[in-house]
Design a protein around this ligand. Sequence first.
Ligand code: TIU
Length: 221
Amino acid sequence: MTGIAAAPFAFPLDRDRVALIVIDMQRDFIEAGGFGASLGNDVSLLSAIVPTVRRLLDGFRAAGLPVIHTRECHRPDLSDCPPAKRLRGAPSLRIGDPGPMGRILIAGEPGADIVPDLAPLSGEIVIDKPGKGAFYGTDLGLRLVDLGISQLIFAGVTTEVCVQTSMREANDRGFDCLIATDATESYFPAFKAATIAMMTAQGGIVGWAAPTDAILEALHD
Ligand code: TIU
């Protein structure tokens, strides 16, 4: 067992039980014309982390460790999209509306795809999720039990929405969770900083945080 230099203290990395989970690195959040932009956000902040997420992916792939990708998206008939989610606020395009990358946040549409640089390789698990959390309404928990995973390294977007929700769900299910601080991003830098601070406070009440270099260094020790 090797440790990752992390906050609030070293993460007890167990190479036999760890997986990387990359949350929602989809065109709908990262490119112009998608869901994130329709909510009024500056998406350029998010595209900046793509190379760092790729380094993390490459490190896990090179080490032969499991990689899981998630996509926030809904069925074409919207039967798994609560009306409250679709109708809230005043976005320029709502979930299911036609946009420049196909229907917003709908499975199978170009916008719901993971950005090309981070595309899943064959054999990697891809979880389509209807909520912000990766466990709600999915078989992620069963897949992790099957793989014998008890530790999750989180990357992806957005830090305070889908990443934080998923990390809290995982923490409540007994997983040791660490967020890669430079492989996650928010449309709101202050929210990213606050999320990492609140999850690592109180002795790691939700989990640990460390930069990609520290994670990769420990993986290759
Ligand atoms: N709006 C926002 O910040 N995020 C989401 O709606 N979904 C994810 O975080 N993936």
